[in-house]
Every structure is written in structure tokens, then in C-alpha cells.
Design a protein around this ligand. Structure first.
Ligand code: SF4
Ligand code: SF4
Length: 386
């Protein structure tokens, strides 16, 4: 058990409960999507209070990320950005235009370690206080206080990842996540409070969680819980952690499945191996059929194919909603201490050519548009709007 860690010429004390972690002061800034093959239609303010995740899924792509994430991969230590909620509040006070906050694009906001620090609750409070919408994605139980705060704004919403209805499999795939019944209950609790609830079958594991009856069971149970939108993907394997992920598959699911994975994961796009396209299309066609049958909208998350050397998103063939997260959230503009939705904006900036919000940069439906925005851009737009 390590008691301290040296990183970039500094030494940090490792605390072990409830999960090994170090705390660092952070001057991280809110930012938009990363450059590259973006398919996310809406703008978001991305927020990562934790680098690493105590839910501890072995397939987690955060293990392949550089910087602090390598402490998680190599030593199983999560880095906590202490007081990040205060920084977030200060940053929100420095802008007059805001998009929906997103907790979190990389690691789980309600992972077990959050019970100690409650950074996610504190960050949500910063958004709610200013009436800026916020969303979360989780495989954990959502704290009741979060839902109570989120009822304030009809554009707040939550996404629950449910990979399988089989609780024994869930324990292998998502070891420290919520039980299957608690995950469905998350959806129920949101719907009862009128909070838009999304189920994510993300990712589907080939030959492990892809039984059609199981996928149908997730969709039917989600529908019973009031869900109106599904997001799906098939597992990608980062090039950097390929051997670790494949070894984990072999140890837990046997040599035959391991061999099948080696044969299936042949399509390299950027830093990831994707399951071969025919397999993915078969899964997406089936899930889209289910969504249509059960009167839900559907979208994919980060699914691509190669057309020669060009990377093409697959959502153009499968998405049935205006925005990939199934809910249209306008950009919000400050009036005094609070923010309010821009009129007549459906929030699908990636396809927008008519920036009635007044921010030309955000209308990225125009060819050649830049697609990655930083806090400094939000500050610049705030000056423009003045
Ligand atoms: S819950 Fe998500 S972020 Fe956390 S370990 Fe699992 S895949 Fe990674
Ligand atoms: S009007 Fe268009 S560019 Fe402006 S926020 Fe809405 S969708 Fe984005």
C-alpha cells in the first residue's frame, strides 16, 4: 500500500479511505468539447472534479488518458480537485453566456469517493444558484439532494448508464457501481420529479452483453421508468490499454471470448480500436428498432466509420432526436445574477446556421467552423453580447 506519490517534482500524501486518492488544488478551467471528430450536437461546459474513478471499471477509457489519469491506471489512485466548486463558481461569475454544464465527460461524478468530498453536489449547486442548466451521467446511485436541486430548472437532466439487466454481470463490468435495481430506480426517481431521464446502453460488450433479449429488457424497463431517450455505443478499446482490457476479458469471460475480441477489434480509428463496422451496424439497427417500437428517441455516442481516410460519424444514419442527448437545451444568457434561455434556440449548435442567440461562432453548421471552445471564448462572447 503506497503512502505517498511523487508527481512532477511534488510529493502527495495518499489517503486510502474510501478509495486511494490524493487531493490537489486545481486551477482547471471549464471548457467545451475537445477538438477532433465531434458528433455532440449541443455545446456544453465540461467539468471533471475527479481524475480517475473509484467505480473502477477495467475497460474504462480514462485509464488511457495522459496526466493525472496515469496515476489511476498505474497505482489505482484518484486525483481530487479540491475546492473545484469554488473555482467553477468564480468562472461562472466571469461570463454572461453559458451552455449546460456536463458532469462529467471523463469520470463518474457520483463515484464512491464523491461521498467524502461531495464536489459534484457543490458544483451542481453553483449552476443551480445561477439558473444555468446542468446534466450528469452516472453508473452510481444519484444522491437525493442532487435531484432535489435539479427540479428547479426544466433543462436540467440526467443520464444513467445501464449495461446489462444481469446483476451478476454488472458486478464484473462495473464493480463499485450501483446495483441494477438502483440504476433503474435512479430513472424512476428522476421521472417522478419531472427531470428528463436518459438511459445509456453505453457501451454494449460484444458476446457479453449483446443478447437481444437483454437489450430489449433494458429498453422495456427504462420505458416503465418514464425514459424517453436512449444513447448507445459499442465498446471501443483504447490503443494504449488494449492488452490490459483484453487480458481482463480473458480472465473474466474465458479464452474463446478473448479470441473473438481479437478478431472483432480490427478497425483502428484514431487512438481506439472499434468493433468491426458490420457488427456495430447490426447492434445499432436493432437498438434503433427497439427505440422506435417503444416510442423513444435514439442516438449514438462517439461512433464512427472510415470512408477511405475520412472519419464519418454514424449518428447521421441512426439519430432520431434533434440533439444527441434527446433534450433541446438553449444557450443561457445572463440577466442580473441569473441566466435565462435564449429565445427560439434548440441548442443544436453543431448543425445551426442561424445564430439567433447572437453568437456567430456557435453556429457550427457552417462549413469549416471551429468546434472546440474554451472559457476565454465564453468571456469573449460575453463582451460581444454587451
Ligand atoms: S464508471 Fe465510467 S468513469 Fe468510472 S471507471 Fe467506470 S467507465 Fe470509468
Ligand atoms: S441559436 Fe444556434 S448557434 Fe446559437 S446557441 Fe442556439 S443552436 Fe447554438
Amino acid at each position: 500500500m503506497i503512502s505517498q506519490i511523487s508527481w512532477r517534482s511534488k510529493t502527495y500524501l495518499v489517503r486510502h479511505k474510501p478509495f486511494p486518492h490524493i487531493s490537489v488544488s486545481s486551477n482547471k478551467e471549464l471548457h467545451g468539447w475537445w477538438p477532433g471528430k465531434r458528433e455532440c450536437t449541443s455545446e456544453r461546459l465540461l467539468i471533471n472534479p475527479y481524475s480517475g474513478c473509484s467505480i473502477n471499471c477495467r475497460f474504462c477509457y480514462a485509464r488511457s488518458f495522459p496526466g493525472w489519469f496515469q496515476l489511476f491506471r498505474k497505482y489505482g489512485v484518484v486525483v481530487v480537485a479540491e475546492d473545484f466548486d469554488i473555482r467553477v463558481g468564480e468562472q461562472l461569475d466571469s461570463i454572461d453566456v453559458a451552455s449546460c454544464g456536463y458532469l462529467s465527460p471523463v469520470t463518474d461524478p457520483f463515484q464512491p469517493l464523491n461521498e467524502k468530498f461531495q464536489l459534484s453536489e457543490k458544483i451542481i449547486a453553483q449552476f443551480v444558484k445561477r439558473n444555468i442548466p446542468i446534466e450528469f451521467i452516472t453508473k452510481a446511485r444519484v444522491p437525493e439532494i442532487v435531484l432535489e436541486m435539479m427540479v428547479e430548472n426544466r433543462h436540467n437532466f440526467g443520464q444513467i448508464s445501464i449495461l446489462t439487466p444481469d446483476e451478476n454481470l454488472r458486478k464484473i463490468l462495473v464493480p463499485q457501481g450501483a446495483s441494477t435495481s438502483d440504476l433503474f430506480e435512479n430513472l424512476n426517481r428522476m421521472s417522478r420529479k419531472g427531470i428528463f431521464a436518459v438511459v445509456r446502453i453505453d457501451p454494449v460488450f460484444p458476446f457479453i452483453t449483446d443478447e437481444k433479449t437483454h437489450l430489449q429488457e433494458i429498453v422495456m424497463r427504462a420505458q416503465d421508468c418514464g425514459v424517453k431517450h436512449i444513447v448507445a455505443s459499442v465498446l471501443d478499446i483504447p490503443v494504449a490499454t488494449r492488452y490490459e482490457v483484453l487480458n481482463w476479458i480473458r480472465e473474466n469471460f474465458g479464452y474463446d471470448i478473448y479470441e473473438k475480441y481479437k478478431n472483432l477489434y480490427t478497425e483502428r480509428i484514431g487512438n481506439y480500436f472499434h468493433a468491426c463496422l458490420d457488427y456495430r451496424l447490426m447492434i445499432f439497427e436493432y437498438l434503433r428498432e427497439l427505440a422506435d417500437k417503444y416510442k423513444m428517441t435514439f442516438a449514438l455516442c462517439m461512433e464512427y466509420k472510415l470512408e477511405g481516410k475520412k472519419v464519418e460519424g454514424l449518428n447521421q444514419y441512426f439519430m432520431s432526436s434533434t440533439n444527441c442527448e434527446g433534450i433541446d437545451i438553449p444557450v443561457y444568457i445572463r440577466k442580473g445574477k441569473k441566466f435565462y434561455p435564449a429565445a427560439d434556440c434548440s441548442g443544436n449548435c453543431l448543425n445551426c446556421t442561424n445564430p439567433i442567440c447572437g453568437i456567430d461562432d456557435l453556429a457550427m453548421g457552417k462549413p469549416g467552423s471551429k468546434k472546440d471552445w474554451k472559457l476565454k471564448d465564453y468571456r469573449r462572447w460575453s463582451t460581444l453580447l454587451e
